[in-house]
Design a protein around this ligand. Sequence first.
Ligand code: SF4
Length: 419
Amino acid sequence: MQQPELLAPAGNLEKLRTALLYGADAVYVGVPGLSLRGTSAEMSLEDLALGVSEAHTQHVRVYAAINTFARKADLDQAARCLPDWAATGVDALIVSDPGLVRLARRRVPQVPLHLSTQSNTTNAEAVRFWQDQGVSRIILARELPLCEVGEIAAAVPSMELEIFIHGAMCMAYSGRCYLSAWRNRKSANSGDCTQPCRWEYRLSESTRPDDPLVLEEDDRFSYLLSSKDLCLLEHLPEVLASGVAGVKIEGRMKSSYYLAVVTRTYRQALDALCLHQETYRCDPNWMEELKTVSHRGYTTGFAFAEEKINESSPAIKNIQTHEPAGMVVGYDDVRKQLRMAVRNFLQAGEDMELLLTKETLPVDTRSMTDEEGNGIDRAHAGNLIRVPLPFPAPKGALLRKKTAGAKTQGPARKPAENG
Ligand code: SF4
């Protein structure tokens, strides 16, 4: 069984480094400058070049997404920018627009092209069509059952295929939706969806505006617009058996903490599966880990069901059991103290955990200090503090706070940091 490439999202340089630390084989990033829209999921050219350089030293590949459906101005901009993007050393460009495919083939023929899931490729003939256009990998439609993924892989073995295995699902065909552009001026077509399908909506009758009907789920009804999140962790043997070359985690706008937990979990599961194929079992602790980050309930999506629409969430609120506490910025060898940048309110004595690549360790917060060594009983986001730790931890490692039981939070109006 060939181990597929584990791809993690990297909305910025910090997240790229997080993905490297927690075991991604490849990262995908947004490229700067297309149509000057400037989305929050893009890196600057300088950060991209630095990120590519750092990734390559660890033998991790970087794919740059320009998966917008381009208008003329976008194409003109792309024609100017393609050589700059290529010069950063990215390993492939992820595109969806046929015009951009053709343009990239002419302007930067040395850079491989991957076709975005937003092109909704669902059959072997479409795969052959894109192969004829010079595409070397296709990220298949999320709406495709795994059995058909396997059939396509068998029918066109010369094409690398990739699928999403984790993350948010659309209620529209992937990304072909104007809800975010309409409600938030952030376009899914630019990879910048703010997921307003997950907000709480009310339906009101025009003569009774103060008596709205809340669109929520009970035993008989479901939210009209919101899907649970995709999770194929418990089905990795079937995923690998389908013959895909890459498995992808969704979420360039998710937090570093979310990225750390999800990437680490899939890394551990894939490694275990490939090492012990015969005896492999999905460790229940992995699933529990995925429940620690903000999600809306998990579903296998379309993987095992034909013509099945996405399940809506039984609860309108996001679910999580832990939240980010901070990030390691250094280690004081003399005082045996971990230096951390706080990302949340933190109280002395509160449970905190350090996420290492292969394990999670408790960290004592009872005697935390500021950078000058003064004891403190609380810290706030943005503070630099120290906590005792007998061994060094890697810079960029994430720390989290335990919360008592499952925690819910309001509608995801700002999904960028909902990890
Ligand atoms: S608003 Fe929802 S359905 Fe629309 S593109 Fe965004 S995630 Fe998909």
